[in-house]
Design a protein around this ligand. Structure first.
Ligand SMILES: [Mn+2]
Length: 548
């Protein structure tokens, strides 16, 4: 079972840092196969923090929606086109399958051989019962399939069309029978019947299989060598020998090349919908080069998905990675309002009203007595500083202040210096396009039937704002229209003065309710507001409640 520790869409510093740190914590406390992930791009500030403390950006995951590769059987059982059907059937039975992919020398899948097709071959319909005697195979392979020993002659290795004849009759009857046969095609299956063997050699029958491991006399073998007749000794009785000889046909002779294949990346839901009504029971899973990566059986759709999520810094599905509703959520660590989906089993849901998720993770390290590297302490400080504007946001608690002091001691880094470094990197207004600025840290919310989004950017001053105002408003409106939101908002926070400007584009029925002092068209001055979560969202929720 793989566990993915992942923050919200449009990841911010806290969600990246807490995902990395919590994955480390899980590993340090004995969990296996835990991996930190992100479902969006980092920004310059996050990249700066990661580089400063020597961390890679977490694994980029666009979707956790279950895919075919999650449930397919990758211990691929296949058969070469040259291998006998007997071998194919043996593998099918051993593995309890309904068919096998046929794979050529280049590992490309060229078709399927199914139990149905093998059954039809071995048991032809009554009106074509003569087919029972026919086999297209190389004599050399036929000997191998029968488990026979070569006594005379040189069996060829090219595929030929043979007729199997069992001589269970008087020699005179057999003589008459031979008159009607193409002897070059005939493989005679007989016991220790010296007279029949002798006659068959004289009449140029192509090969003779002597069954039951019975002895063949020296002069018969010599005579066969002289005439070029192949003599084979089969250890099995006649009935078994006939069946095995027929199974010597190559798998490639019996393949179904109009088969449905699937790709490892196809979402399971989509595959299930498409394949449910087909009569094919196993599906080769092929990559873009048609190389066989696995086999999917219809029963695989019922397999549990070997993956679970730990959500950090969010608990609402609208903010979670695509497909989060399709895999089990094992834990949630967060400090936001509760909007979590119901779960099937009890889970660890740690939601604390502190300044950052990094604070929660740091506290877990302390409580469990798990040692933390200097770099990890520094990384957690970045998450805390970013979310609490270095402990100045109203979301800051005594827990944050105490932990920050401990982490500063552990890392040897002064929080104020680190904060100045982080916020001086990559001003969103100066380094991002208007579209990036309004979406990079955007979060989507639901209120009744309404959906809306609120983004936030932190700046060291409002100086670059006026020049970008119009472009930001246009980008907000484009984003709103694209997502069909009731409104889109952008909170621009000056972390030095602790004031913000709010830009909102959306339905006038909502915007006319905003009663902060206006700051130009579609803009409001929110003095003393720095926290989206603790100050702005409760205000917005209050307005929405008044909406008619
Ligand atoms: Mn956070």
């Amino acid at each position: 079972m793989q566990t993915i520790v992942i923050g919200h869409k449009n990841p911010d510093m806290d969600s990246i840092c807490s995902a990395i740190a919590y994955a480390e914590f899980k590993k340090a406390t004995g969990a296996n196969q835990v991996r930190a992930a992100r479902c969006g791009n980092t920004n310059q500030r996050i990249d700066y923090a990661l580089a400063k403390f020597g961390f890679e950006a977490p694994w980029f995951v666009t979707s956790v929606r279950p895919r075919i590769e999650d449930v397919m059987n990758s211990q691929v059982v296949s058969i070469g086109p040259e291998e006998p059907v007997y071998e194919a059937f043996t593998r099918i039975s051993q593995k309890g399958l309904r068919g096998l992919p046929v794979v050529d020398k280049n590992q490309c899948c060229v078709g399927l051989v199914s139990t149905l097709k093998i059954g039809q071959y071995l048991f032809p319909p009554r009106d074509q019962i003569g087919l029972q005697r026919e086999v297209r195979a190389a004599l050399k392979e036929l000997i191998e399939t029968v488990g026979g020993a070569l006594l005379a002659g040189t069996p060829e290795s090219d595929i030929r069309h043979f007729i199997l004849i069992v001589a269970a009759m008087q020699v005179e009857s057999f003589r008459r029978r031979l008159d009607n046969l193409d002897r070059k095609k005939t493989v005679l299956i007989v016991g220790d019947r010296r007279d029949v063997q002798k006659l068959a050699i004289e009449q140029n029958v192509h090969a003779i299989i002597v069954t039951g491991g019975l002895k063949v006399e020296e002069d018969i073998i010599r005579q066969a060598e002289d005439k070029g007749t192949v003599i084979i000794s089969s250890p099995h009785d006649t009935a078994t020998t006939v069946l095995l000889a027929r199974s010597a046909v190559r798998s490639g002779e019996m393949l179904d090349d109009t088969f449905i294949s699937v790709s490892p990346e196809t979402p399971l839901e989509e595959a299930e919908r498409d394949l449910a009504t087909t009569s094919q029971f196993v599906f080769p899973v092929l990559d873009q080069h048609r190389h066989l990566r696995g086999i999917l059986a219809k029963g695989d759709f019922l397999k549990p998905i070997p993956r679970q999520l730990i959500l950090v810094d969010h608990n609402e599905l609208t903010q979670a990675v695509d497909g989060a509703d399709r895999v089990p959520i094992a834990e949630i660590l967060d400090h936001h309002r509760i909007g979590a989906p119901p779960t099937e089993s009890p889970i660890l849901f740690l939601n604390r009203p502190v300044g950052s998720t990094s604070t929660i993770v740091g506290t877990l390290f302390q409580q469990a007595g798990v040692p933390m590297s200097k770099n990890l302490a520094g990384l957690l400080m970045c998450g805390m500083i970013s979310d609490t504007l270095n402990l100045t946001s109203p979301t800051t608690t005594d827990v944050d202040r105490a932990l920050m002091a401990d982490l500063a001691k552990a890392s040897g880094i002064n929080p104020a210096d680190l904060a100045a470094e982080i916020f001086s990197v990559g001003s969103p207004l100066l380094t991002m396009s208007p579209n990036e600025a309004v979406t990079a840290d955007s979060k989507e919310y639901e209120h009744g039937s309404h959906r809306y989004s609120v983004a936030q950017i932190e700046e060291l001053s409002f100086a670059p704002f006026q020049a970008k105002r119009e472009a930001l408003l246009e980008a907000l409106e484009a984003h709103r229209a694209e997502k069909r939101y009731l409104f889109t908002a952008l909170l621009i926070t000056d972390i030095n003065t602790q004031n913000s400007i709010l830009l909102v584009r959306g339905d006038p029925s909502f915007t006319r309710l905003i009663d902060y002092p206006e700051a130009g068209e579609f803009g409001w001055r929110l003095d003393g507001v720095v926290s989206r979560k603790k100050q702005l969202l409760p205000y917005i929720t209050g307005l929405l409640a008044r909406l008619r």
